[in-house]
Design a protein around this ligand. Sequence first.
Ligand SMILES: Cc1cc2nc3c(=O)[nH]c(=O)nc-3n(C[C@H](O)[C@H](O)[C@H](O)COP(=O)(O)OP(=O)(O)OC[C@H]3O[C@@H](n4cnc5c(N)ncnc54)[C@H](O)[C@@H]3O)c2cc1C
Length: 302
Amino acid sequence: MKAQMKDPCRSYSLSGLNSWKVGGSADFFCQPENKEEIFYYLQWAKKQNVPVTFLGGGTNVLISDSGVEGLVIGLQKLNTFKEWEENGRLCISALAGVSKARIMQIFLRHKLPPALFLCGLPGDVGGGVVMNAGVGQDISPKEFKDIVDWVKVIREDKLILIHHEGIQWEYRSSKGWSPGLIYEVGMSWPIDPSQDVPERLKEMALKRTQSQPLQSASCGSVFKNPSTGEKSGALIEQCGLKEYQIGQACISKKHANFIVNMGGATAMDIHRLIQHVQKTVKEKFNILLEPEVKHIGRWNQN
Ligand SMILES: Cc1cc2nc3c(=O)[nH]c(=O)nc-3n(C[C@H](O)[C@H](O)[C@H](O)COP(=O)(O)OP(=O)(O)OC[C@H]3O[C@@H](n4cnc5c(N)ncnc54)[C@H](O)[C@@H]3O)c2cc1C
């Protein structure tokens, strides 16, 4: 007999589910473990006539202090994956909530180069595709676009297979799969081991530790680099904004494109700091920095 599906829980705090450690509660929250449960919760939200928001690792979102309207579907329990070899390639399929670190370990065990760009990338596989997450360094592969073969997307009551070519891959975003939930991701790379992968991985990890404030709560780089070639961090630094603080939100001394939570920051502190940086950089360089982080929840009421 099929187990009875539970309704989502009410008023669930999201501050523990994002890397800035801020934000209010979801009106309703659930953590499905398989696609049947996702279909059930999507149907539930439709019946209640409430909006749905997806939350992966929460490492690229700014959640409003006033919380999130409707149903938040947390993807953390979609955490199974498979690996196999086919036509000389290492293939991995992973549900959306599998961490990038887990995928990195698989490639590292085979001494394959995708381990390098995945090294130190927080969050989950689904969020990695949404953001086309990657590194700025000139390495191959360098972002999700380079390793993803297909995604399976849940759209209303359907599971849709979309191949790599059907996705428009852009700098820190992807299109062509939405609307919907990225449920499963298929990745592969030729089995051509490089003995120096473990050593290079250590160097990449060290570089991150030296250049990023990894001890503090943050969302990584807040702004995308402008298309004109400048680095957002350098522009912010040249405005003298390192260590500039609003409430308990502060521009990192180590990396000017990081905003860190000094302990008791609110989402609004961070939001105001983002706006201040945009205004200051626009005035000095006539460049409007575009946030990489996604605002989630009731921002229009603030
Ligand atoms: C210390 C630190 C360092 C970082 N360094 C880098 C870096 O070097 N390069 C880089 O690219 N990023 C970096 N990031 C940012 C972040 O880790 C990536 O953008 C990551 O891919 C986000 O994944 P996530 O699972 O946390 O997504 P979330 O933050 O949970 O979600 C991001 C967006 O995707 C949506 N979403 C999430 N999962 C799904 C899904 N399965 N289906 C549909 N929509 C979904 C959410 O609604 C949201 O809009 C860093 C972050 C931190 C904290």
